[in-house]
Design a protein around this ligand. Structure first.
Ligand code: ACO
Length: 324
């Protein structure tokens, strides 16, 4: 018998306000056609004034708990991935914990930027498999609009705000790749590439929040190199092959990166869950947002092999293989 973490429920939340490419083109020197051609993005959601990352995370969590059919009192742990916390401390996870009315268990944030949800999923899976938790709420939540330089057209058109969450639950399997639940996780980082994607501020360096800075074409090259290889590594670890994938649910940074990764895995495009067109890049929130959409519209069904993959600042990257 092997203990597995199954996805018992998922949920999401997007702020009401939708900003189109044409609206951005009224303020900065860009165009709908440039953005669509280079990224596949048509629009993004932007949080309202005063709406914080924890507000988005709370709404996604309530949706996920309802989907799982359990209450906040059943949750043993919250692992929240974000690069845009409400405050430097305490963690946004503890803010969500309080808002859910939970006074037991443990809650903490994970910081791996756009790979945050894959990192948080791996952390939660380890706690469950070790028997230290039965029900873990894993959240990806971001308000990247707050760290964008809205005069920098090379970055501000790429991102949006949102949150997604899953409830992971311990369940016994027989240890084979037909088990339901997380079958493998692979994580990597390489801190040498700091200058290619970072935020130029922080409590210990500038005592300010700072703005996102990125060498887009360089990030692009690393992404296409790393993502296909980490997917293959995770599939190997699960005893599966690319042919076995029913759904690839990638971090939604750029349609071209996603398509290139799928091509390298020799996967057809119709097995990719793509939301970058209407969500843009929501960093750690993008995978659970896409996953929830694909589960709700009936694409992802019981028994499917779902592969999550992401790359982000650090650089960090990783993949998880899940039998739904
Ligand atoms: N509108 C119009 N023109 C623009 C814009 C814009 N918004 N932004 C840049 N340009 C111009 C540039 O100034 C440049 O003009 P020039 O040729 O006169 O110098 C031209 O367009 C081409 O610029 P490139 O940067 O070479 O364009 P590229 O085709 O590489 O596309 C992009 C840029 C979309 C950023 C791409 O490199 C990319 O997607 N990179 C990966 C980004 C990414 O995935 N980031 C997320 C990582 S995850 C995380 O942790 C946040």
């Amino acid at each position: 018998m092997v203990r597995r973490s199954i996805v018992a429920g998922c949920g999401s939340y997007l702020p009401e306000r939708i900003v189109t490419n044409d609206e951005l083109a009224k303020k900065i020197d860009t165009s709908h056609d440039w953005i669509v051609q280079r990224t596949g993005i048509h629009s993004r959601h932007i949080a309202a004034d005063g709406q914080k990352t924890s507000d988005l995370a709370l709404a996604a969590s309530q949706d996920a708990l309802q989907d799982a059919g359990i209450g906040a009192e059943d949750i043993d742990m919250i692992v929240l991935a974000t690069a845009t916390p409400d405050e430097t401390f305490p963690s946004t996870a503890t803010t969500v914990q309080a808002a859910l009315g939970m006074t037991r268990g443990a809650a903490f944030d994970v910081q791996a930027v756009c790979s945050g949800f894959v990192y948080a999923t791996n952390v939660a899976d380890n706690f469950i498999r070790l028997g230290q938790a039965d029900n873990v709420l894993v959240i990806g939540a971001e308000t990247f609009s707050r760290i964008l330089d809205w005069n920098d057209r090379t970055t501000c058109v790429l991102f949006g705000d949102g949150a997604g969450a899953v409830v992971l639950q311990g369940q016994d399997g027989d240890g084979s790749s037909t088990d339901r639940g997380i079958l493998s996780n692979c994580l990597h980082s390489d801190g040498q590439h700091h200058d290619l994607l970072y935020v130029d501020g922080g409590p210990s360096s500038t005592q300010s929040v700072g703005f996102l800075r990125m060498e887009g074409p360089e990030v692009f090259k690393h992404a296409v190199r790393n993502l296909a290889s980490v997917c293959s590594e995770a599939l190997d670890a699960a005893g599966l092959a690319a042919d076995d994938i029913n759904w690839l649910v990638p971090h939604q940074a750029n349609q071209r990166i996603i398509s290139t990764t799928a091509r390298k895995l020799k996967m057809s495009e119709d097995k990719i869950v793509m939301t970058v067109d209407h969500h843009a890049n929501t960093s750690a929130a993008s995978i659970p947002l896409a996953l929830t959409e694909a589960v709700r519209d009936g694409r992802v069904t019981a028994g499917d092999v779902v592969v999550l993959e992401a790359m982000g600042g650090g650089f960090t990257w990783g993949a998880s293989v899940i039998r739904w």
